[in-house]
Design a protein around this ligand. Structure first.
Ligand SMILES: O=CC(=O)O
Length: 280
């Protein structure tokens, strides 16, 4: 019976930040869904029934004022790996657990990382522009791009996703170097042909593609700034699949404008989306 299902709060079904109908239908098999708007219409009535809150990075729903309306809440279940959009200590202090979905998105994130690398190296977006806009001047040499085969990829952060990127890079005959808090086992290194760089600077100075795959933490905030970008080769590309805040964005814009690096391929920015003035 519907009444017996536990109540779960989600932002909305549909809309910009909401759940797709078909996903909400899966949730409905196990839960009674209540949306944010419905809760706020009568928080005294609905708030105490809610035991779970479904969330993900783009869902700006978990604030202290909201959580205080939910005395029976047991879990905030966040889709994806990163939980940096949540104040985990505060949520835990209310006796509420926070869960995420590690591993589920690792393959697709590694695929995307390679997609960005290839799109940038092979000028796929520029080629698309030429194909769809007859006014674009077609200078074939501009679309020649840079070679991926035999180029060096430097992976910063060799966790689950970083390692999967290395596996893919091996398939492209790339030379792989990496920097990580902990060195991977000799067996892991051998399997993908990766060489450990004790120093980040060494990786930055030798890589044609610098791939940022670190977790976003206070230690990795601003990891790549003016100094780090200045060490990179002028022909190098920076790829970021971590979080926008890992890179000093002003420094990156400057490095690109001055030609101190060649290109950047970004899955993440800060803020997201970028204001029109900064968007490419
Ligand atoms: O950005 C996506 C994630 O953290 O899973």
């Amino acid at each position: 019976m519907e009444e017996e299902k536990p109540w779960v709060l989600i932002s909305e079904v549909g809309g910009d930040h909401g759940y797709l109908e078909e996903l909400a239908d899966i949730v409905k098999q196990h839960f009674r869904i209540i949306c944010h708007k419905e809760l706020l219409e009568n928080p005294e009535l609905h708030g105490p029934k809610i035991q779970a809150l479904l969330n993900w990075k783009y869902c700006p729903v978990v604030e202290p004022t909201l959580l205080r309306l939910l005395p029976a809440l047991k879990v905030v279940a966040s889709g994806g790996v990163g939980v940096d959009h949540l104040d985990v200590p505060f949520i835990n202090s209310l006796g509420v657990k926070v869960t995420n979905t590690p591993r589920v998105v690792s393959d697709s994130t590694a695929d995307l990382a390679m997609g960005l690398l290839l799109a940038s190296a092979r000028r796929i977006l520029e080629g698309h522009q030429v194909a769809i806009d007859p006014k674009t001047v077609h200078i074939p040499q501009r679309l020649m791009g840079v070679q991926v085969t035999n180029a060096t990829i430097g992976i910063i952060g060799m966790g689950e996703i970083g390692y999967k990127i290395a596996q893919r890079a091996k398939g492209f005959d790339m030379k792989i170097v990496y920097h990580n808090r902990r060195r991977r086992s000799a067996e892991d290194e051998r399997a993908v042909g990766a060489t450990f760089c004790q120093s980040l600077d060494e990786l930055l100075g030798t890589s044609d593609f610098v791939m940022i795959a670190v977790k976003f933490t206070p230690e990795t905030r601003g990891l790549i700034g003016h100094r780090e970008l200045s060490i990179m080769k002028p022909t190098a590309t920076l790829i970021n699949i971590s979080r926008g805040q890992v890179v000093d964005q002003d420094a990156l814009v400057e490095a690109l404008q001055s030609g101190s690096i060649q290109a950047a391929a970004l899955d993440v920015t800060h803020p997201e989306p970028l204001p029109r003035s900064l968007a490419p």
